[in-house]
Design a protein around this ligand. Structure first.
Ligand code: NAD
Length: 506
Protein backbone atom coordinates (compact mmCIF):
# COMPACT_ATOMS: atom_id res chain seq x y z
CA UNK A 1 0.00 0.00 0.00
CA UNK A 2 1.44 3.37 -0.97
CA UNK A 3 2.39 5.93 1.66
CA UNK A 4 0.12 8.54 0.08
CA UNK A 5 -2.84 6.18 0.33
CA UNK A 6 -2.07 5.47 3.99
CA UNK A 7 -1.89 9.20 4.68
CA UNK A 8 -5.12 9.86 2.85
CA UNK A 9 -6.85 7.07 4.73
CA UNK A 10 -5.67 8.47 8.07
CA UNK A 11 -6.81 11.98 7.11
CA UNK A 12 -10.17 10.71 5.84
CA UNK A 13 -10.68 8.71 9.06
CA UNK A 14 -10.22 11.92 11.05
CA UNK A 15 -12.79 13.80 8.95
CA UNK A 16 -15.22 10.88 9.05
CA UNK A 17 -14.97 10.32 12.79
CA UNK A 18 -17.79 12.76 13.62
CA UNK A 19 -20.19 10.90 11.32
CA UNK A 20 -19.37 7.63 13.10
CA UNK A 21 -19.85 9.14 16.53
CA UNK A 22 -23.08 10.96 15.90
CA UNK A 23 -26.13 10.22 13.78
CA UNK A 24 -26.34 12.58 10.78
CA UNK A 25 -29.57 14.48 11.25
CA UNK A 26 -31.55 17.20 9.54
CA UNK A 27 -30.68 20.88 9.39
CA UNK A 28 -33.90 22.84 9.72
CA UNK A 29 -34.36 26.52 10.41
CA UNK A 30 -30.70 27.00 11.27
CA UNK A 31 -30.47 24.12 13.75
CA UNK A 32 -29.34 20.53 13.62
CA UNK A 33 -32.13 18.18 14.51
CA UNK A 34 -32.02 14.56 15.56
CA UNK A 35 -35.58 13.78 16.61
CA UNK A 36 -36.02 11.52 19.66
CA UNK A 37 -36.68 7.91 18.78
CA UNK A 38 -36.05 8.65 15.11
CA UNK A 39 -35.41 5.76 12.75
CA UNK A 40 -31.98 5.72 11.15
CA UNK A 41 -30.02 3.66 8.64
CA UNK A 42 -26.39 2.68 8.12
CA UNK A 43 -24.50 4.66 5.53
CA UNK A 44 -22.14 2.12 3.91
CA UNK A 45 -18.91 3.00 2.18
CA UNK A 46 -18.43 1.37 -1.25
CA UNK A 47 -14.79 0.76 -0.32
CA UNK A 48 -15.54 -2.22 1.93
CA UNK A 49 -19.25 -1.97 2.76
CA UNK A 50 -18.55 -1.02 6.38
CA UNK A 51 -20.68 1.64 8.01
CA UNK A 52 -19.55 5.28 8.00
CA UNK A 53 -22.20 6.01 10.60
CA UNK A 54 -25.94 6.23 10.90
CA UNK A 55 -28.22 8.67 9.13
CA UNK A 56 -31.71 9.77 10.11
CA UNK A 57 -34.51 8.29 8.05
CA UNK A 58 -36.69 11.39 8.08
CA UNK A 59 -40.45 11.40 8.33
CA UNK A 60 -43.06 13.34 6.42
CA UNK A 61 -43.60 15.52 9.48
CA UNK A 62 -39.90 16.47 9.44
CA UNK A 63 -40.09 17.20 5.72
CA UNK A 64 -43.07 19.46 6.47
CA UNK A 65 -41.06 21.23 9.17
CA UNK A 66 -38.27 21.93 6.68
CA UNK A 67 -40.72 23.22 4.03
CA UNK A 68 -42.34 25.50 6.59
CA UNK A 69 -38.94 26.84 7.67
CA UNK A 70 -38.05 27.57 4.03
CA UNK A 71 -41.41 29.25 3.58
CA UNK A 72 -41.02 31.45 6.68
CA UNK A 73 -37.50 32.51 5.64
CA UNK A 74 -38.48 33.29 2.05
CA UNK A 75 -39.81 36.89 2.23
CA UNK A 76 -36.71 38.28 3.97
CA UNK A 77 -34.31 36.38 1.70
CA UNK A 78 -36.26 37.46 -1.39
CA UNK A 79 -36.14 41.09 -0.26
CA UNK A 80 -32.46 41.12 0.69
CA UNK A 81 -30.50 43.27 -1.74
CA UNK A 82 -28.74 41.23 -4.43
CA UNK A 83 -25.45 42.80 -3.34
CA UNK A 84 -25.94 41.32 0.15
CA UNK A 85 -26.76 37.87 -1.21
CA UNK A 86 -23.65 38.23 -3.34
CA UNK A 87 -21.47 38.78 -0.26
CA UNK A 88 -22.93 35.77 1.56
CA UNK A 89 -22.46 33.49 -1.45
CA UNK A 90 -18.85 34.61 -1.89
CA UNK A 91 -18.27 33.88 1.79
CA UNK A 92 -19.78 30.44 1.20
CA UNK A 93 -17.36 29.92 -1.71
CA UNK A 94 -14.40 30.96 0.48
CA UNK A 95 -15.40 28.35 3.03
CA UNK A 96 -15.68 25.65 0.36
CA UNK A 97 -12.12 26.40 -0.69
CA UNK A 98 -10.93 26.37 2.93
CA UNK A 99 -12.50 22.94 3.45
CA UNK A 100 -11.55 21.50 0.04
CA UNK A 101 -9.44 18.66 1.44
CA UNK A 102 -12.17 17.56 3.84
CA UNK A 103 -14.86 17.72 1.14
CA UNK A 104 -12.77 15.65 -1.27
CA UNK A 105 -11.87 12.95 1.26
CA UNK A 106 -15.38 12.66 2.70
CA UNK A 107 -16.96 12.58 -0.78
CA UNK A 108 -14.54 9.94 -2.10
CA UNK A 109 -15.07 7.75 0.97
CA UNK A 110 -18.84 8.13 0.82
CA UNK A 111 -19.47 7.54 -2.88
CA UNK A 112 -16.33 5.70 -4.05
CA UNK A 113 -15.33 8.26 -6.70
CA UNK A 114 -11.53 8.34 -7.08
CA UNK A 115 -9.82 11.20 -5.30
CA UNK A 116 -8.11 12.24 -8.57
CA UNK A 117 -11.56 13.43 -9.77
CA UNK A 118 -12.88 14.65 -6.39
CA UNK A 119 -9.79 16.73 -5.55
CA UNK A 120 -11.10 19.64 -7.61
CA UNK A 121 -14.74 19.26 -6.52
CA UNK A 122 -14.74 21.94 -3.83
CA UNK A 123 -12.87 24.38 -6.07
CA UNK A 124 -15.30 23.81 -8.91
CA UNK A 125 -18.20 24.14 -6.49
CA UNK A 126 -16.75 27.42 -5.23
CA UNK A 127 -16.33 28.67 -8.79
CA UNK A 128 -19.98 27.91 -9.44
CA UNK A 129 -21.05 29.78 -6.28
CA UNK A 130 -18.95 32.80 -7.27
CA UNK A 131 -20.38 32.76 -10.79
CA UNK A 132 -23.95 32.98 -9.50
CA UNK A 133 -23.03 35.27 -6.59
CA UNK A 134 -21.86 37.84 -9.12
CA UNK A 135 -25.19 37.59 -10.93
CA UNK A 136 -27.38 37.88 -7.81
CA UNK A 137 -27.90 41.62 -8.16
CA UNK A 138 -28.89 41.51 -11.83
CA UNK A 139 -31.07 38.39 -11.60
CA UNK A 140 -34.21 40.54 -11.34
CA UNK A 141 -33.45 42.48 -14.52
CA UNK A 142 -35.93 42.21 -17.34
CA UNK A 143 -36.70 43.61 -20.77
CA UNK A 144 -38.29 46.79 -22.07
CA UNK A 145 -40.81 45.95 -24.80
CA UNK A 146 -42.20 48.90 -26.71
CA UNK A 147 -45.58 49.47 -28.35
CA UNK A 148 -46.91 52.66 -29.93
CA UNK A 149 -48.95 53.72 -26.91
CA UNK A 150 -47.69 51.44 -24.18
CA UNK A 151 -44.37 50.55 -22.66
CA UNK A 152 -44.02 47.06 -21.26
CA UNK A 153 -41.28 46.05 -18.92
CA UNK A 154 -40.56 42.74 -17.32
CA UNK A 155 -39.17 41.98 -13.89
CA UNK A 156 -38.15 38.68 -12.42
CA UNK A 157 -38.75 37.63 -8.86
CA UNK A 158 -37.75 34.40 -7.09
CA UNK A 159 -40.40 31.71 -7.41
CA UNK A 160 -40.44 30.82 -3.69
CA UNK A 161 -39.10 27.97 -1.57
CA UNK A 162 -37.77 25.14 -3.74
CA UNK A 163 -36.88 21.48 -3.19
CA UNK A 164 -33.53 20.20 -4.43
CA UNK A 165 -33.37 16.40 -4.70
CA UNK A 166 -30.03 14.91 -5.70
CA UNK A 167 -28.65 11.45 -6.63
CA UNK A 168 -25.70 9.52 -5.26
CA UNK A 169 -23.18 9.62 -8.11
CA UNK A 170 -21.47 13.00 -7.63
CA UNK A 171 -23.59 14.43 -4.83
CA UNK A 172 -21.46 17.43 -3.89
CA UNK A 173 -21.10 18.84 -7.43
CA UNK A 174 -24.73 18.28 -8.36
CA UNK A 175 -25.99 19.90 -5.15
CA UNK A 176 -23.82 22.99 -5.66
CA UNK A 177 -24.97 23.33 -9.28
CA UNK A 178 -28.58 23.46 -8.18
CA UNK A 179 -28.28 25.39 -4.94
CA UNK A 180 -25.99 28.26 -6.01
CA UNK A 181 -28.43 29.72 -8.60
CA UNK A 182 -31.45 29.07 -6.35
CA UNK A 183 -29.91 31.15 -3.56
CA UNK A 184 -28.62 33.84 -5.92
CA UNK A 185 -32.12 34.17 -7.41
CA UNK A 186 -33.55 34.69 -3.92
CA UNK A 187 -35.16 31.31 -3.32
CA UNK A 188 -34.96 29.43 -0.04
CA UNK A 189 -34.60 25.69 -0.22
CA UNK A 190 -34.92 22.22 1.22
CA UNK A 191 -32.24 19.80 0.05
CA UNK A 192 -32.67 16.05 0.15
CA UNK A 193 -29.54 14.11 -0.77
CA UNK A 194 -29.54 10.47 -1.86
CA UNK A 195 -29.57 7.94 0.93
CA UNK A 196 -26.49 6.14 -0.49
CA UNK A 197 -24.14 9.16 -0.17
CA UNK A 198 -25.49 11.81 2.20
CA UNK A 199 -22.33 13.14 3.88
CA UNK A 200 -21.25 16.02 1.65
CA UNK A 201 -24.79 17.43 1.93
CA UNK A 202 -24.29 17.67 5.69
CA UNK A 203 -21.00 19.51 5.14
CA UNK A 204 -22.72 21.93 2.76
CA UNK A 205 -25.50 22.70 5.25
CA UNK A 206 -22.88 23.24 7.95
CA UNK A 207 -20.98 25.63 5.67
CA UNK A 208 -24.20 27.56 4.93
CA UNK A 209 -24.48 28.20 8.66
CA UNK A 210 -20.81 29.20 8.94
CA UNK A 211 -21.20 31.57 5.99
CA UNK A 212 -23.97 33.35 7.87
CA UNK A 213 -27.00 32.46 5.75
CA UNK A 214 -30.12 33.36 7.73
CA UNK A 215 -31.94 30.51 9.50
CA UNK A 216 -34.40 28.71 7.24
CA UNK A 217 -32.79 29.77 3.96
CA UNK A 218 -30.98 26.43 3.57
CA UNK A 219 -32.63 23.34 5.04
CA UNK A 220 -31.51 19.73 4.76
CA UNK A 221 -33.60 16.64 5.32
CA UNK A 222 -32.19 13.14 5.20
CA UNK A 223 -34.08 9.96 4.46
CA UNK A 224 -35.66 7.91 1.73
CA UNK A 225 -37.06 9.14 -1.54
CA UNK A 226 -40.40 7.42 -1.18
CA UNK A 227 -41.11 9.21 2.10
CA UNK A 228 -39.28 12.54 2.64
CA UNK A 229 -38.43 13.04 -1.04
CA UNK A 230 -42.02 12.42 -2.05
CA UNK A 231 -43.33 14.77 0.61
CA UNK A 232 -41.12 17.62 -0.59
CA UNK A 233 -42.60 17.27 -4.06
CA UNK A 234 -46.13 17.45 -2.62
CA UNK A 235 -45.83 20.18 0.00
CA UNK A 236 -47.85 23.25 -0.99
CA UNK A 237 -45.16 25.69 0.21
CA UNK A 238 -42.66 24.31 -2.31
CA UNK A 239 -43.03 26.09 -5.65
CA UNK A 240 -40.47 24.25 -7.76
CA UNK A 241 -38.52 20.99 -7.65
CA UNK A 242 -35.00 20.71 -9.04
CA UNK A 243 -34.43 16.97 -9.42
CA UNK A 244 -31.49 14.91 -10.62
CA UNK A 245 -31.88 11.15 -10.77
CA UNK A 246 -33.39 8.25 -12.65
CA UNK A 247 -35.95 8.70 -15.40
CA UNK A 248 -38.54 6.57 -13.63
CA UNK A 249 -38.20 8.68 -10.45
CA UNK A 250 -38.59 11.80 -12.58
CA UNK A 251 -41.94 10.60 -13.86
CA UNK A 252 -43.06 9.75 -10.32
CA UNK A 253 -42.14 13.26 -9.27
CA UNK A 254 -44.11 14.74 -12.12
CA UNK A 255 -47.20 12.87 -10.91
CA UNK A 256 -46.57 13.68 -7.25
CA UNK A 257 -46.15 17.39 -7.99
CA UNK A 258 -49.15 17.66 -10.31
CA UNK A 259 -51.83 18.41 -7.68
CA UNK A 260 -49.86 21.45 -6.46
CA UNK A 261 -48.78 22.41 -10.00
CA UNK A 262 -45.10 22.85 -9.25
CA UNK A 263 -42.49 23.89 -11.75
CA UNK A 264 -40.13 20.99 -12.42
CA UNK A 265 -36.60 20.71 -13.64
CA UNK A 266 -35.78 17.07 -14.28
CA UNK A 267 -32.23 15.92 -15.07
CA UNK A 268 -32.54 12.22 -15.72
CA UNK A 269 -30.82 9.17 -17.14
CA UNK A 270 -28.93 8.75 -20.39
CA UNK A 271 -27.45 6.26 -22.85
CA UNK A 272 -25.19 8.72 -24.57
CA UNK A 273 -23.57 7.93 -27.93
CA UNK A 274 -20.07 8.79 -29.05
CA UNK A 275 -19.47 8.54 -32.79
CA UNK A 276 -15.93 8.12 -34.05
CA UNK A 277 -15.47 8.67 -37.80
CA UNK A 278 -12.58 7.43 -39.92
CA UNK A 279 -11.35 11.02 -40.39
CA UNK A 280 -11.15 11.72 -36.63
CA UNK A 281 -7.96 12.43 -34.73
CA UNK A 282 -7.49 8.81 -33.66
CA UNK A 283 -5.51 9.37 -30.46
CA UNK A 284 -7.60 12.26 -29.13
CA UNK A 285 -10.80 10.35 -29.86
CA UNK A 286 -9.39 7.31 -28.08
CA UNK A 287 -8.46 9.37 -25.00
CA UNK A 288 -11.91 10.92 -24.88
CA UNK A 289 -13.78 7.64 -25.37
CA UNK A 290 -11.87 6.06 -22.48
CA UNK A 291 -12.27 9.11 -20.26
CA UNK A 292 -15.96 9.59 -20.87
CA UNK A 293 -17.02 6.13 -19.76
CA UNK A 294 -14.38 4.94 -17.30
CA UNK A 295 -13.88 8.14 -15.30
CA UNK A 296 -16.15 8.64 -12.26
CA UNK A 297 -16.60 4.85 -12.26
CA UNK A 298 -18.96 5.16 -15.22
CA UNK A 299 -21.47 6.56 -12.75
CA UNK A 300 -21.89 9.76 -14.65
CA UNK A 301 -25.04 10.98 -16.37
CA UNK A 302 -23.11 12.32 -19.39
CA UNK A 303 -20.89 9.25 -19.81
CA UNK A 304 -20.70 8.03 -23.39
CA UNK A 305 -21.80 4.46 -22.82
CA UNK A 306 -22.45 3.59 -26.50
CA UNK A 307 -19.50 3.79 -28.87
CA UNK A 308 -20.32 3.93 -32.57
CA UNK A 309 -17.20 3.37 -34.58
CA UNK A 310 -16.89 3.63 -38.36
CA UNK A 311 -16.29 0.20 -39.88
CA UNK A 312 -13.14 1.21 -41.75
CA UNK A 313 -11.26 1.95 -38.50
CA UNK A 314 -13.22 -0.31 -36.20
CA UNK A 315 -10.66 -3.10 -35.84
CA UNK A 316 -7.75 -0.77 -35.16
CA UNK A 317 -9.72 1.45 -32.79
CA UNK A 318 -11.16 -1.45 -30.80
CA UNK A 319 -7.73 -3.05 -30.47
CA UNK A 320 -6.27 0.19 -29.07
CA UNK A 321 -9.31 0.71 -26.86
CA UNK A 322 -9.15 -2.83 -25.44
CA UNK A 323 -5.53 -2.29 -24.55
CA UNK A 324 -6.37 0.90 -22.66
CA UNK A 325 -9.34 -0.64 -20.83
CA UNK A 326 -7.21 -3.62 -19.77
CA UNK A 327 -4.69 -1.23 -18.23
CA UNK A 328 -7.12 0.97 -16.26
CA UNK A 329 -6.08 1.13 -12.63
CA UNK A 330 -8.92 -0.09 -10.45
CA UNK A 331 -8.38 0.49 -6.77
CA UNK A 332 -9.02 2.27 -3.52
CA UNK A 333 -10.59 5.66 -4.29
CA UNK A 334 -8.21 7.46 -1.93
CA UNK A 335 -5.18 6.16 -3.82
CA UNK A 336 -4.08 8.95 -6.18
CA UNK A 337 -3.11 6.32 -8.76
CA UNK A 338 -6.66 4.92 -8.92
CA UNK A 339 -8.60 5.59 -12.11
CA UNK A 340 -11.68 3.46 -11.37
CA UNK A 341 -13.05 3.01 -7.87
CA UNK A 342 -15.83 0.85 -6.37
CA UNK A 343 -19.50 1.18 -7.36
CA UNK A 344 -21.77 2.98 -4.95
CA UNK A 345 -23.61 0.03 -3.39
CA UNK A 346 -23.77 -3.76 -3.48
CA UNK A 347 -27.26 -3.54 -5.02
CA UNK A 348 -25.90 -1.35 -7.82
CA UNK A 349 -22.99 -3.75 -8.29
CA UNK A 350 -25.53 -6.54 -8.77
CA UNK A 351 -27.40 -4.43 -11.32
CA UNK A 352 -24.20 -3.76 -13.26
CA UNK A 353 -23.24 -7.45 -13.11
CA UNK A 354 -26.65 -8.42 -14.49
CA UNK A 355 -25.65 -6.66 -17.74
CA UNK A 356 -22.59 -8.89 -18.02
CA UNK A 357 -24.99 -11.83 -18.01
CA UNK A 358 -27.27 -10.06 -20.47
CA UNK A 359 -24.33 -9.48 -22.84
CA UNK A 360 -23.44 -13.18 -22.75
CA UNK A 361 -27.06 -14.24 -23.26
CA UNK A 362 -27.65 -11.83 -26.13
CA UNK A 363 -24.48 -12.88 -27.96
CA UNK A 364 -22.21 -9.85 -27.59
CA UNK A 365 -18.50 -10.40 -26.98
CA UNK A 366 -16.92 -9.35 -23.74
CA UNK A 367 -13.64 -8.05 -25.14
CA UNK A 368 -12.36 -6.89 -21.74
CA UNK A 369 -13.56 -7.36 -18.16
CA UNK A 370 -17.00 -8.72 -17.40
CA UNK A 371 -16.32 -9.89 -13.86
CA UNK A 372 -16.50 -8.67 -10.32
CA UNK A 373 -13.13 -7.85 -8.76
CA UNK A 374 -12.86 -9.59 -5.43
CA UNK A 375 -9.08 -9.27 -5.12
CA UNK A 376 -9.55 -5.77 -3.70
CA UNK A 377 -11.46 -6.94 -0.65
CA UNK A 378 -15.08 -6.51 0.29
CA UNK A 379 -15.76 -3.39 -1.79
CA UNK A 380 -18.05 -3.09 -4.80
CA UNK A 381 -15.29 -3.39 -7.39
CA UNK A 382 -15.96 -4.46 -10.96
CA UNK A 383 -13.62 -4.90 -13.90
CA UNK A 384 -13.81 -2.08 -16.45
CA UNK A 385 -15.67 -3.76 -19.27
CA UNK A 386 -15.88 -3.46 -23.03
CA UNK A 387 -18.61 -5.19 -25.03
CA UNK A 388 -18.03 -5.62 -28.76
CA UNK A 389 -19.96 -7.28 -31.57
CA UNK A 390 -23.09 -5.82 -30.10
CA UNK A 391 -26.20 -4.53 -31.83
CA UNK A 392 -28.28 -1.51 -30.95
CA UNK A 393 -31.22 -3.78 -30.08
CA UNK A 394 -29.41 -5.50 -27.21
CA UNK A 395 -30.22 -4.59 -23.62
CA UNK A 396 -26.60 -3.48 -23.13
CA UNK A 397 -27.13 -0.87 -25.86
CA UNK A 398 -30.57 0.25 -24.77
CA UNK A 399 -30.52 0.50 -20.97
CA UNK A 400 -28.52 2.80 -18.73
CA UNK A 401 -25.99 0.57 -16.93
CA UNK A 402 -24.31 3.38 -14.95
CA UNK A 403 -21.01 1.59 -14.46
CA UNK A 404 -17.58 1.37 -16.16
CA UNK A 405 -19.06 -0.56 -19.03
CA UNK A 406 -18.94 0.40 -22.71
CA UNK A 407 -20.89 -1.11 -25.60
CA UNK A 408 -19.22 -0.79 -29.01
CA UNK A 409 -21.11 -1.04 -32.30
CA UNK A 410 -19.80 -0.32 -35.78
CA UNK A 411 -21.46 1.72 -38.54
CA UNK A 412 -20.92 2.12 -42.29
CA UNK A 413 -21.54 5.77 -42.99
CA UNK A 414 -22.75 9.03 -41.49
CA UNK A 415 -26.43 8.34 -42.09
CA UNK A 416 -26.25 4.98 -40.34
CA UNK A 417 -24.18 6.41 -37.48
CA UNK A 418 -26.71 9.16 -36.79
CA UNK A 419 -29.63 6.80 -37.04
CA UNK A 420 -28.06 4.34 -34.56
CA UNK A 421 -27.10 7.15 -32.18
CA UNK A 422 -30.63 8.53 -32.17
CA UNK A 423 -32.34 5.16 -31.77
CA UNK A 424 -32.77 5.49 -28.01
CA UNK A 425 -35.44 6.89 -25.74
CA UNK A 426 -32.78 9.02 -24.05
CA UNK A 427 -31.28 12.32 -25.19
CA UNK A 428 -28.93 13.84 -22.65
CA UNK A 429 -25.55 14.15 -24.36
CA UNK A 430 -23.91 13.08 -27.62
CA UNK A 431 -20.28 13.20 -28.70
CA UNK A 432 -18.74 13.02 -32.16
CA UNK A 433 -15.19 12.88 -33.47
CA UNK A 434 -14.57 14.00 -37.03
CA UNK A 435 -12.25 16.37 -38.85
CA UNK A 436 -14.82 17.08 -41.54
CA UNK A 437 -16.26 20.48 -40.65
CA UNK A 438 -19.39 20.07 -42.74
CA UNK A 439 -20.11 16.74 -41.11
CA UNK A 440 -19.52 18.25 -37.66
CA UNK A 441 -22.15 20.86 -38.44
CA UNK A 442 -24.62 18.28 -39.75
CA UNK A 443 -24.15 16.15 -36.64
CA UNK A 444 -24.62 19.15 -34.37
CA UNK A 445 -28.07 19.58 -35.88
CA UNK A 446 -29.07 15.94 -36.30
CA UNK A 447 -28.05 14.33 -33.03
CA UNK A 448 -31.02 14.21 -30.66
CA UNK A 449 -29.51 15.39 -27.40
CA UNK A 450 -29.63 18.39 -25.12
CA UNK A 451 -25.85 18.74 -25.38
CA UNK A 452 -23.52 17.81 -28.25
CA UNK A 453 -19.76 17.87 -27.91
CA UNK A 454 -17.77 17.75 -31.15
CA UNK A 455 -14.11 16.77 -30.88
CA UNK A 456 -14.27 17.24 -27.12
CA UNK A 457 -15.07 15.36 -23.99
CA UNK A 458 -17.40 16.78 -21.35
CA UNK A 459 -16.21 20.37 -21.23
CA UNK A 460 -18.44 22.48 -18.95
CA UNK A 461 -19.07 26.17 -19.44
CA UNK A 462 -21.06 27.73 -16.59
CA UNK A 463 -23.22 30.08 -18.73
CA UNK A 464 -24.10 27.30 -21.23
CA UNK A 465 -27.31 25.31 -20.93
CA UNK A 466 -27.03 21.86 -19.38
CA UNK A 467 -29.87 19.34 -19.66
CA UNK A 468 -31.52 16.68 -21.76
CA UNK A 469 -34.31 15.98 -24.24
CA UNK A 470 -36.59 12.93 -24.67
CA UNK A 471 -36.52 10.71 -21.56
CA UNK A 472 -33.37 12.44 -20.24
CA UNK A 473 -35.21 15.36 -18.82
CA UNK A 474 -36.95 18.68 -18.95
CA UNK A 475 -35.31 22.05 -18.35
CA UNK A 476 -31.83 23.52 -18.37
CA UNK A 477 -29.23 24.51 -15.80
CA UNK A 478 -26.52 27.08 -16.28
CA UNK A 479 -26.26 30.86 -16.39
CA UNK A 480 -29.51 32.63 -17.05
CA UNK A 481 -31.26 29.32 -17.81
CA UNK A 482 -31.06 28.58 -14.08
CA UNK A 483 -32.62 31.93 -13.21
CA UNK A 484 -35.44 31.28 -15.67
CA UNK A 485 -36.22 28.19 -13.62
CA UNK A 486 -35.90 29.68 -10.16
CA UNK A 487 -37.69 32.96 -11.01
CA UNK A 488 -41.08 34.15 -12.19
CA UNK A 489 -41.27 36.78 -14.92
CA UNK A 490 -43.84 39.54 -14.49
CA UNK A 491 -44.89 41.85 -17.29
CA UNK A 492 -45.84 45.40 -16.35
CA UNK A 493 -47.71 47.40 -19.01
CA UNK A 494 -47.75 51.21 -18.72
CA UNK A 495 -49.98 53.31 -20.96
CA UNK A 496 -48.68 56.56 -22.38
CA UNK A 497 -52.18 58.07 -21.85
CA UNK A 498 -52.99 58.46 -25.51
CA UNK A 499 -54.80 55.29 -26.52
CA UNK A 500 -58.60 55.05 -26.63
CA UNK A 501 -59.99 53.06 -23.70
CA UNK A 502 -63.10 51.06 -24.74
CA UNK A 503 -66.25 52.64 -23.33
CA UNK A 504 -69.15 50.50 -22.16
CA UNK A 505 -72.45 51.40 -20.44
CA UNK A 506 -72.27 55.12 -20.92
P1 NAD B 1 -32.84 7.99 -8.02
O1 NAD B 1 -33.84 8.52 -8.97
O2 NAD B 1 -33.01 6.64 -7.48
O3 NAD B 1 -32.72 8.95 -6.74
C1 NAD B 1 -32.43 10.31 -6.85
C2 NAD B 1 -33.00 11.04 -5.64
O4 NAD B 1 -34.41 10.98 -5.68
C3 NAD B 1 -32.58 10.45 -4.30
O5 NAD B 1 -32.34 11.49 -3.39
C4 NAD B 1 -33.82 9.66 -3.90
O6 NAD B 1 -33.94 9.48 -2.51
C5 NAD B 1 -34.92 10.54 -4.43
N1 NAD B 1 -36.21 9.88 -4.69
C6 NAD B 1 -36.44 8.58 -4.99
N2 NAD B 1 -37.77 8.38 -5.16
C7 NAD B 1 -38.38 9.58 -4.98
C8 NAD B 1 -39.73 10.02 -5.04
N3 NAD B 1 -40.73 9.17 -5.33
N4 NAD B 1 -40.00 11.32 -4.81
C9 NAD B 1 -39.00 12.20 -4.54
N5 NAD B 1 -37.70 11.84 -4.45
C10 NAD B 1 -37.39 10.54 -4.68
O7 NAD B 1 -31.43 8.17 -8.75
P2 NAD B 1 -30.01 7.62 -8.25
O8 NAD B 1 -30.02 6.15 -8.43
O9 NAD B 1 -29.71 8.22 -6.94
O10 NAD B 1 -29.01 8.30 -9.31
C11 NAD B 1 -28.63 7.73 -10.52
C12 NAD B 1 -29.42 8.30 -11.67
O11 NAD B 1 -29.26 9.71 -11.73
C13 NAD B 1 -28.98 7.80 -13.03
O12 NAD B 1 -30.11 7.47 -13.79
C14 NAD B 1 -28.29 9.01 -13.66
O13 NAD B 1 -28.28 9.06 -15.07
C15 NAD B 1 -29.07 10.12 -13.08
N6 NAD B 1 -28.30 11.38 -13.14
C16 NAD B 1 -28.66 12.32 -14.08
C17 NAD B 1 -27.94 13.51 -14.19
C18 NAD B 1 -28.30 14.55 -15.24
O14 NAD B 1 -27.76 15.64 -15.19
N7 NAD B 1 -29.18 14.25 -16.19
C19 NAD B 1 -26.86 13.74 -13.34
C20 NAD B 1 -26.51 12.75 -12.40
C21 NAD B 1 -27.26 11.58 -12.31
Amino acid sequence: MSEVLLNNQALAARYLQRFREQVTGHFINGRWLIPDAAASFDNLTPIDNSSLGRVIAGTQAEADQACEAASAAFPAWRDLAGSERRKLLHKFADLLVARAEEIALVESSDCGQPLRFMKQAALRGAENFRFFADKAAEAKDGLALMQAEHTNFTVRSPIGPVAVITPWNTPFMLATWKIAPALAAGCTLVHKPAEFSPLSAALLAEISQEAGLPAGVWNLVNGFGESVGKRLTEHPAIKAVAFVGETVTGSHIMAQAAPTLKRLHLELGGKNPVLVFEDADFERALDAVVFMIYSLNGQRCTSSSRLFIQESISERFLAALSERVRHLKVGHPLDPATEVGPLIHSSHLQKVMSYMDAAREEGASIAVGGRRLTSLGKGNYVQPTLFTEATNQMKIAREEIFGPVLTAISFKDEAEGVSLANATPYGLAAYAWTNDQGRAMRLAHQLEAGMVWINSENNRNLPSPFGGVKMSGIGRDGGDYSFEFYMETKNVCLAHGTHPVPVLGR
